[in-house]
Design a protein around this ligand. Structure first.
Ligand SMILES: [Zn+2]
Length: 383
């Protein structure tokens, strides 16, 4: 049995719903140590992370891999046809939570890198970073690893994140950027009162209604070269009122914006402020706004590293990958401030679903692909 398959199965058996570790980091760090990687556990908050380097940190070229061993909860247990933490290997699949997102990619790049350095001694260095906090708030995960790396002068030139980026066939999609995400929380305060005497009250729903219409009717953009149009979606409207004859005192609403490279969180916050100010003037109301930024949009075009990876995927898998920026946020949003980064991984069809599973051939092919990328990275000199 291929080592990547065995390790994927063993990782799935670790119950690692964020932020639990259950021995997953140790499993990987033991394999890396055995292949002469220097491993450091980075503990922050209640999260265990791993930094591992083969070779010298003064190397002129360092290739990094990043992944997470935490998983989302299994959800409705009755809908699972097998134990989500069994890691069962059937004829052609490995079953369980994390099979595609993304324990198999962690196993694949771990085996690819360790097998490679055991035989070849590249003129350079390989770094592997693994976190236990990607699916949650991601406060103590890759962010903490990068902080630790900066503090310890550990640099990386290019990172590959092993998230499941492929759509239908392994290698058909590489992510070279991601949309940004921000959430705005609006609170409209009025004056509570009797619906029979509305002139004595001030209804916060009216001003919130105006604000929502005003934002939704102001289209952000039509998309850009590598990005789909930005989207603004209201996700909650709450008044917490069970009476039909009481005008409520407050109305709250939540808005999530996924934005492309035509915006930044700063320009969007100003855009939202204008809408709030205009609404407040018209209604003589008091709507306040709080904003939480999850990540800025970013894009990496014209990179020789990306070109090399595209060529390797094309040569090996006979498929020309699409360069994409679709999907939610990932840890690449933190890494992009640290080094160049792209994302390449398995077909994500069953990620976060019940009965998550991965094709055994895909895992082996991904491991072989990562290994040939490592080989090409250290044998060519143009990036
Ligand atoms: Zn993931």
């Amino acid at each position: 049995m291929d080592k990547a398959i065995r390790i994927t199965s063993e990782l799935i058996q670790k119950k690692t719903v964020t932020p639990k570790d259950d021995g997953a980091i140790k499993l990987i760090s033991d394999i890396l140590s055995e292949a002469d990687f220097n491993c450091h556990e980075i503990l922050e908050g209640n999260v265990k992370n791993l930094f591992a380097r083969w070779g010298s940190k003064d190397s002129k070229k360092t290739l990094g891999f990043n992944g997470h061993v935490d998983v989302v909860p299994p959800g409705e247990s009755l809908l699972w046809k097998f134990d989500p933490f069994s890691g069962l290997i059937t004829g052609n699949e490995i079953l369980g939570r994390g099979a595609v997102d993304m324990k198999s990619a962690v196993a694949a790049f771990t085996v690819a890198a360790t097998d490679f350095v055991k035989v070849n001694k590249p003129d350079g260095s390989i770094v592997i970073t693994i976190t236990g906090d990607e699916e949650g708030e991601a406060l103590h995960g890759t962010k903490a690893i990068l902080k630790w790396m900066k503090k310890n002068n550990e640099s990386v030139n290019h990172f590959i994140v092993g998230e499941p980026t492929s759509k239908i066939k392994l290698g058909d999609t590489i992510k070279i950027g991601r949309r940004g995400s921000l959430t705005a929380y609006f609170n409209s305060s009025g004056i509570q009162g009797h619906t029979a005497y509305p002139h004595l009250a001030s209804n916060p729903i009216n001003s919130m209604n105006t604000l929502i219409h005003s934002i939704l009717n102001d289209k952000l953009d039509e998309g850009s070269k590598y990005f789909e149009p930005s989207t603004a979606s209201f996700t909650t409207i709450d008044v917490d009122n069970s009476a039909n004859n009481v005008i409520p005192a407050t109305c709250k609403a939540t808005l999530n914006i996924r934005f492309n490279d035509l915006h930044s969180s700063k320009t969007l916050i100003n855009w939202l402020k204008e809408h709030v100010d205009r609404t407040n003037t018209v209604h003589q109301s008091q709507i306040r706004m709080n904003v939480k930024v999850s990540g800025e949009s970013f894009i990496n075009t014209n990179s020789n590293f990306t070109k090399m990876v595209v060529n390797e995927v094309t040569d090996r898998l006979k498929i020309k990958p699409i360069l994409s920026t679709s999907g939610g946020t990932s840890d690449a949003r933190f890494i992009k401030d640290f080094s160049e980064v792209l994302e390449l991984g398995l077909v994500g069809k069953t990620m976060h679903q019940v009965n998550e599973r991965v094709d055994i051939n895909d895992v082996v092919n991904l491991k072989d692909l990562y290994q040939s990328i490592i080989k090409r990275y250290f044998s060519e000199d143009s990036y």
